[in-house]
Design a protein around this ligand. Sequence first.
Ligand code: HEM
Length: 569
Amino acid sequence: MWSSVRSAPLHVRRTYLQSKEFLYTTKYISQSASQEPTVASAGEVKNVTAVNENIKASPYLSASSVMKTETIPFDEIPGPVSLRLISKFWGMIPIMGTEITVSVVQYLLSGGKFFGGILSWGGNAPFFKKFFDVYGPVVRLHGAFGSDVVLLSRPEHASAIFQNEGPHPIRSCLESLEKYRLQCRKYRQAGPFLTYGTEWEKLRKSIEQPLQLCVEEQFTQIEKINQAFIERILVIRNKQEEMPNNFRMEINKWVLECLCSVTLNRSIGFLEPSGLIPSSDPGRLLDGLFGATNAIRKLEYGLHLWKFFETPAWKSLVKNCDMIESVLRKYLDRSKDQLQEKKIRNMSLDKVTLMEHLLLKENIIEDDVMTIMLDLFLIGANATAHSVAFFFYNLARNPRCQMKLFEEIKNDEGTTTPAALKEYKYLQACLKETLRLDPPIPILSRVLSNDTIINHYRIPKGTHVLFAAHLNNMREEYFEDAEKFKPQRWLSNDAGGFGNEFQNFASMPFGYGPRSCLAKEMAETAITSLIVNVCKKFRIEYNYGDIKSSNELMAAPTKPLKYRFIDRY
Ligand code: HEM
């Protein structure tokens, strides 16, 4: 049953999660069903009746925050009345789900006008901030179009949600990509980012460790790619040593070259000094990834009309995903041939590329390999490129920090292992601080697999929760001068905050728990090795207005990255 529900639209999954059948289908839920709900409170705890044994065991929750309280019903969570009124009408239309509620809200917050501007709070409001300012720390968006969404943004609430989600957490987002894969291309699964349950667990296990091994094996190659990136900077900078408006594209090329090296063990030429030919493999891959990302942003953040009609954004998603797949298929065919040859010649299959490793797995078919590769490229490339863009920005804007970093790494003689990079403590702190200020994935999402009590409200399992990580990261009580880039805060024991039990949830750029980023190590290694190489060679400057992160599901810088790279010697 679960396998068929897994790929169903969110409102179907939600109904299933609330059904009795689900309780008996998964071991975890059936255990947790007999337990008390998860509890977290940011306010005063009153009417204490018992202590929740389950939560007491958690390393992060204090006794005061785990006490069972008299709960307030879900219906009483505050939220916009206008949505509540609209829901009476639209709630009758079952085909429209939670994402539509979210997308309408996001559309409005990002400046769109709808319903006579009932909810239009003006353009570029940081997502959800207005809701928290008006309604408090727990906000319910009445299912204007079907089901409800709860918005959260506090570390103690993150702790309640993420620490108790069991072995198979459900993320709910990117329905457009899911539709493309499951309905349009009829793949049997939607890829590691979107799949659920045991199917997802199998996929994740097949990728996580081999990916890390490949990163270690390909580290020398990554260092070469870093040098090629530096060569590119020298070619494209103008007479004032400044980068062109599309420098972001160059960073993307660097990430993609790293990803090809790690997954395919080959260079496909993204960083050719003479630039990319659009019809070449790397040219088409780059175009496809940019096009698909833009289409996903439009589809997920606009009204979900694509569920009913083939909108231009939907057509663009299909065209771009097809283009990416046609390139990747070529490499998949080559990998199959290579494996065949290795088998014929009785060669060892111990050292294979990630793609070959996946092809060798019995429970993974070719279409699965395509979706895995696409997820790695789509999610990974965007997130990593965004982090590098803001890493450069923060160094340029904070010359003292840049100098301190240079002092730490200036004697580096070509780092030989990823482990050696971890020893550069200030470098690591700069990365953490960059990810705190501008997380590439600023909103984490879950469908609750447990009844959970937050701020005394009982939130039923199956509820769609959006956690505004970018607001969470800016809490003054956890990060003094939260708006400022202060890497040194990560070098003291309590990261400059209260050092209380929720500190670990105050910044979670890679998410949390079983569904956290599966390529954290790879991303950290690639980013820090690039920064070491670039900072040894150049001093970075930036002389224009502030660059912000768009804080969308897949965030992007809001201005061209016109950094100056000035030779140090
Ligand atoms: C600095 C770079 C990166 C950041 C900040 C980042 C962040 C994240 C976050 C926040 C999530 C969701 C976690 C959650 O819901 O709890 C995620 C998931 C994921 N990331 Fe990353 N990521 C980065 C780089 C990468 C790279 C390089 C790859 C691939 C090569 C990648 C592949 C994935 C995949 C496949 C998932 C889904 C995991 C699952 O559901 O099991 N990420 N990432």
